[in-house]
Design a protein around this ligand. Structure first.
Ligand SMILES: Nc1ncnc2c1ncn2[C@@H]1O[C@H](COP(=O)(O)OP(=O)(O)O)[C@@H](O)[C@H]1O
Ligand SMILES: [Mg+2]
Length: 395
């Protein structure tokens, strides 16, 4: 068995990052080779595998999101079941890379968020967050030491527990002469801004609003569950944008709220999608027009964030898109039009896989934990101090 101390002695490690986001589309597993740590970190992606959730499991996860109906015995079981699924995703990516389990040093697992209650003024709850996917199950099933629960330490210190990827963005993408924005479009969209010549304390990050989440929900509703998303943005491309509905949605309080801010299913989940569908039906909009309008809305919320909160202070040279939203060509077309003349392209163009980026980040966060490096950015999360993130489950 490898101890933390033994792991820290290895200059080069093979690490797996496991991630499932708010889309609940599946577990992303990135197998990387990490050299060094902290500012010297270098990462190479060896293999990537995305392990889709079975429909039954996906529905059970969605049921957990509903506080009115979710049950504690189900929560207890799902923690272990999701742990098994994450372990299988790790084993699959190892096989895909044609490596042996004993060659892998470490797993960093984000888990599946089922509930997230960030600190808020006048909140009627205890700030807290819950990611399922029991790391002891992952460590036992794979035989690989596992670091998980990255968000809780930041919340314990008064932070939002999110976003955590900006620290990794800073390690991997900081440059000297360009100001770059890394825009991830998953279920929710979030941005990391790395000003030219930035130190870690200069990095900005925030959720910008919805990503694919509303489009996905509406596609499921329109097709009785047959379609999980608007493939390549094809349906949106056939419709036209309803400006009045777009204007209504742009009044959403999240959009004007000052950053840093986080959002999720609570604001842009099935309830939002359901209301959008009803509004569209009352105006006799065709399905393609509704999806076109939602796609335009998603693009506008991203652009509005930059217009309100970034452009007044920074001249952004380049924008790189990651996450599943980069495959939605209609969304990408809207973004290019809105942001021109700024260069906007998928992050693959600078040799990082856009679908693997978040999973890679959790592999690097695990590596940072081994060395006791704080990995939250307090100015980003609102925590009272830098915190070392993660809990350790030995193999
Ligand atoms: N070919 C595609 N066309 C359009 N959208 C896609 C495509 N592939 C993936 N997506 C979108 O990306 C989402 C998954 O993105 P991901 O980055 O994994 O999000 P999350 O981090 O929330 O899990 C899917 O739910 C879907 O909306
Ligand atoms: Mg995903």
């Amino acid at each position: 068995m490898k101890s933390l101390h033994q792991l820290s002695q290895k200059q080069t490690k093979k690490v797996i990052g496991l991630m499932s986001g708010t889309s609940v589309d599946g577990v992303d597993a990135a197998l990387v080779e990490i050299r060094g740590h902290g500012l010297e970190t270098q990462v190479e992606l060896l293999a990537f595998h995305s392990h889709p959730f079975e429909a039954e499991v996906r529905n059970r996860i969605f049921d957990l999101f509903q506080p009115e109906t979710s049950r504690v015995d189900e929560l207890c079981q799902m923690n272990f079941l999701i742990g098994e699924i994450f372990a299988n995703a790790a084993l699959s990516v190892i096989r895909g890379a044609q490596l042996e389990v004993r060659e892998i040093d470490l797993i960093g697992s984000h888990g599946q968020t089922v509930y997230h209650l960030p600190p808020q003024i006048d909140a009627q709850y205890i700030p807290s967050t819950l990611q399922l996917g029991e790391p002891a199950v992952i460590a036992y099933r794979t035989g690989i030491p596992t670091i998980a629960n990255f968000r809780v330490a930041d919340l314990a210190a008064g932070g939002q527990g999110a976003p955590l990827v900006p620290y990794i963005d800073f390690l991997l993408f900081r440059g000297t002469d360009r100001t770059i924005a890394l825009q991830n479009i998953g279920g929710i969209s979030n941005v990391t801004l790395i000003p030219a010549g930035a130190a870690g304390s200069d990095v900005l990050a925030s959720d910008t609003g919805p990503g694919n989440m509303i489009i996905d929900s509406v596609m499921e509703m329109l097709t009785d569950g047959a379609e999980k998303y608007d493939n390549a943005g094809q349906l949106a491309a056939q419709g036209s944008v309803c400006e009045s509905l777009l204007g209504e949605w742009l009044q959403h309080p999240f959009i004007g709220a000052r950053p840093p801010k986080t959002t999720g299913r609570e604001a842009f989940g099935r309830q939002f999608a359901h209301q959008a569908l009803q509004r569209a039906q009352s105006q006799s909009l065709a399905p393609a027009d509704l999806v076109a309008t939602l796609t335009a809305f998603t693009a506008r919320t991203i652009f509005d964030y930059y217009s309100r909160f970034l452009f007044p202070h920074y001249s952004v040279d380049e924008i790189y898109i990651s996450g599943g939203g980069s495959h939605n060509l209609t969304l990408m077309r809207h973004l290019k039009t809105l942001f021109q003349p700024i260069s906007l392209q998928p992050i693959d163009s600078i040799s990082i896989s856009s679908e693997a980026k978040e999973a890679i980040a959790f592999a690097v966060l695990a590596n940072e934990a081994i060395y006791g490096h704080p990995a939250n950015l307090p100015q980003v999360t609102g925590a009272s101090q830098p915190m070392v993130l993660g809990t350790f489950s030995p193999a």
